[in-house]
Design a protein around this ligand. Structure first.
Ligand SMILES: [Zn+2]
Length: 249
């Protein structure tokens, strides 16, 4: 099987935690532009009790039916480094089961709750057959808890289960940071953007204002960026091989 050469201006778009804005604002807007995206769903946080601020499983199904990727963000949104491999696997499988119950394909990609990744979890994800996994901006860049810059994804450098976030939206990450993140999408490197709620009603430290978000999407549309879900990386990167060893974390 052959893979496409990574073009310039390739951007992966991701949304964590299943905020209500995924369906009320983000997905309809992305549809207008024809952009792909991944929505990472967890039953942790207040997903099960606060249906004003979080999507329902029926709405997750609608996101899938609209062509977006549904990714695994675990059952309980725990720090995977504080879990045994068995606990971590059980949380992953619970999310798989929920997806199956709602006619959603078993997720091919994962993102680490709370931006916490570790080598043991990479081993578990490998055994489970996960194709790709997204982390935060650290350790290459410091994370000051309210958004920030990170490395662009370079398949020659980064393990496919430790794909970094290039831009983490939050109160401390603005238009200049957004443009900087996009500028990294060249020389076979891919920009990966992480958003939460637009707005994030329960978590102001990862908030993005809707007007600001629209400015970002307009900019990418006007400048002819290609916007994909994390699973779409399989066109460019072989998910069955590890081109890079698991680093010591
Ligand atoms: Zn999360």
């Amino acid at each position: 099987m052959s893979f496409l050469t990574i073009p310039n201006r390739l951007v992966v778009l991701t949304f964590d935690d299943g905020n209500k804005s995924d369906v009320t604002y983000v997905a309809p807007l992305l549809k207008q532009y024809g952009f792909g995206a991944t929505f990472y769903i967890t039953e942790g946080l207040n997903f099960l009790t606060n249906k004003e601020h979080y999507v329902t499983w029926e709405e997750v199904r609608q996101l899938h039916q609209a062509g977006f990727e549904i990714g695994n963000h675990t059952r309980n949104h725990k720090n995977v480094n504080n879990q045994t491999p068995e606990e971590f696997l059980a949380d992953l499988e619970h999310l798989d089961l929920r997806c199956q119950q709602y006619g959603i394909p078993v997720p091919e990609t994962f993102c680490y709750p709370g931006y916490n990744h570790g080598s043991q979890s990479v081993e578990s994800l490998t055994k489970k057959g996960m194709c790709f996994a997204r982390r935060g901006v650290a350790p290459e860049f410091p994370y000051e808890s309210e958004g920030g810059r990170g490395p662009a994804y370079d398949p020659k450098v980064h393990h496919r289960l430790l794909i970094p976030t290039t831009g983490a939206s939050g109160p401390n990450w603005g238009f200049d940071d957004f443009v900087w993140a996009l500028e990294q999408a060249k020389d076979e490197r891919i920009t990966v953007l992480t958003f939460h709620g637009v707005p994030a009603l329960e978590h102001p430290w990862v908030n993005t204002n809707p007007d600001q978000f629209k400015t970002y999407m307009d900019f990418m549309n006007d400048h002819e960026y290609t916007i994909i879900a994390l699973r779409d990386l399989s066109k460019y990167v072989d998910p069955k091989t590890n081109r890079t060893p698991i680093p010591t974390l």
